[in-house]
Design a protein around this ligand. Sequence first.
Ligand code: SF4
Length: 309
Amino acid sequence: MRVFLTVNAYPGSDELPALRSYLEEIAPIPVDACIVADPGVIAMIREVSPEREIHLSTQANTTNWQSALFWQRQGIKRINLARETPLSGIRAVRDKVSAELEVFVHGALCIAYSGRCLLSSVMSGRPANKGECAHPCRWEYALVEQTRPGQYFPIAEDGGGSFIFNSKDLCLLPHLPELVASGVDSLKIEGRMKGSYYVASVVRVYRTALDRYCADPAGYRCDPAWLEELEKVSHRGYTSGFLFGQPGEGDQEYHSRYRRSHQFVGMVEEVLADGRAVVGVRNRMLDNDTVELIGPAMKTATMANSSMP
Ligand code: SF4
């Protein structure tokens, strides 16, 4: 496995000494690249670990070829384009820039430019730029007239309330052929605040689809079973985001519930010599619940809980 270390916060000057100590501490660790957004942090990594490969984070919000060219000239090996870049924009960057390009294909979408939004910092003290977003853009909002604090006027888009900032999650699985043809080098799956089950489920779907496409581009079809797999994990409805232009009404959610058809109940931690497995239980399992076993390949076994030893 290749390992990339995210250092994509925008630190204040008072945070730089701590950052330098951190970079010195991790200097001996042979990660494959650091993912960085702030030019000052890039400079500091170059001072501490000059040989370190640097990838530009989506939080640098690179949306056009001129900007990508600038970063390429700074020696950036891979540029993760802003999620707001449409397919035509990805192609335009590819035409002019030889640095590796990466695009987000799956996961939460920000209503503001990725990671530059201050809602979470202000409302919960958890800075999004530092990976701690509490997702307040998903919350329900009301209207308050300035001289009547505490009087909340409901603003209802429909009977469910009003969710003015509430984007669906990105899912570009059906568009993999266009993305591959656009010349991107890497597809990124968002893992911020996500558990191992979510990451494993989503990654194996995209891995399978990509391998299938590369083996036979002409015969490739997006398998509905893959989309079904993506429905099993917790998400907020899916959208193709900005890939084909500006998102519209249908790309928002109008409630604050998460969708998911399956619960994560446990992880196989060890397989014993006699073939039995030790499972670390993470959730309730009741008699006769149906349990699915998933692994890296796309073979999913199903069994009734009462049949488990
Ligand atoms: S609050 Fe929403 S828009 Fe802001 S950083 Fe978090 S996920 Fe993105």
